[in-house]
Each structure stands twice: as C-alpha cells, then as structure tokens.
Ligand binder design. Structure first.
Ligand code: ZN
Length: 172
C-alpha cells in the first residue's frame, strides 16, 4: 500500500485542477472546461468525492473555507474558477444573493435588493466595485462613497449586516 502525504495529494489535485481551465487576467472569468453539474458549476473528483471546482479554487489559491461557509461568485458565472472572483459568504448571504439575482422582480416580502439598505449604489455597481482592478481610493472617487464602504463591499461584509446569520442556528 502506498501512502500519500497531504502535500502530495494537494499537489496532484492542483495539477489536475489546472488542466481544466485556461488562466486569464485577474479581472477575467476563468471558465472551467471540465465536467459541470446541472447548475453549471465545475466539478472535480478528489478523495473519492465530487467537489465544486470553484470551492477547490478558493482552497488552492486563497485559503481554507471555514466550516459551514459558502464560496460565492462576484461575477455570477457558476463555471468561473478565478479565485479573484470568489468570496466567502454565510448561508444567509447565499440566500440573499440568490434572492437578489433570481427574484428581483418577485416581490416576496416587499424587499428589493437595490432599495434594501443602500440607496446610493446599484447591484451592478456593487459587482463592478468587486470585480474591477482599481484601487479602493479610485473606487471611492469614482462612486463617491467612503473608503471603508469600498472595503466592506469588496470583502462581502456588507451583506452580512442585512440578514441575521443563520449559520449557528441552522446547524449547517
Ligand atoms: Zn468570474
């Protein structure tokens, strides 16, 4: 029996992972060419299980994903594995994200994404702020908002204020 160290295993995974997409610029989507699931998420096999490729990307190029957290796309492209387009969110963030993207016209509880808590910026602008390569200072000037507001948007902190975290209560 051959025993592989975790490091070797990760290296193998990384090598296999990198065969399935073409690396573009930091602000471009890196589209997964390997297998995809029904929702369009890239899938990769590792340790006898199938994993979502964008989650693996986050682990390989950014950091470990805290237990119970989601890896979300700022670009809205499920097959994108560009680590710069990924951010960590809670279940509540994920639900909010789906709500904003999918049900904007569906007045479920009279709350619409853009009118929800921040009248100044539109959803499109938020995505723009998160994806472009400008510095926070440049963004601040361009959109006429405070710099810490920019950081909060970029780090995905802002959505957390709007929804109560379900994480600890939901037992994910
Ligand atoms: Zn992308």
């Amino acid at each position: 029996m051959q025993i592989y160290s975790l490091e070797q295993n990760m290296k193998t995974l990384k090598e296999r992972f990198e065969r399935n997409f073409t690396k573009g610029k930091d602000n471009e989507c890196w589209i997964w060419n390997g297998p995809k699931n029904a929702q369009g998420y890239g899938m990769i096999w590792d340790k006898r299980a199938s994993h979502k490729a964008h989650r693996i990307s986050y682990k390989l190029y950014r950091e470990e994903i805290p237990i119970g957290f989601y890896v979300m796309h700022i670009c809205d492209i499920p097959s994108c594995v560009n680590p710069f387009h990924l951010f960590i969110g809670t279940h509540a963030d994920n639900m909010h994200d789906m709500y904003v993207k999918g049900r904007r016209n569906h007045s479920l509880c009279g709350v619409k994404g853009e009118n929800h808590y921040r009248a100044k910026l539109t959803e499109k602008e938020i995505i723009e702020i998160r994806t472009n390569a400008l510095t926070s200072k440049e963004i601040q000037r361009l959109f006429n908002i405070k710099q810490n507001h920019v950081s909060k948007i970029r780090l995905g902190i802002i959505w957390k204020h709007t929804y109560k975290p379900l994480l600890n209560k939901g037992g994910l």
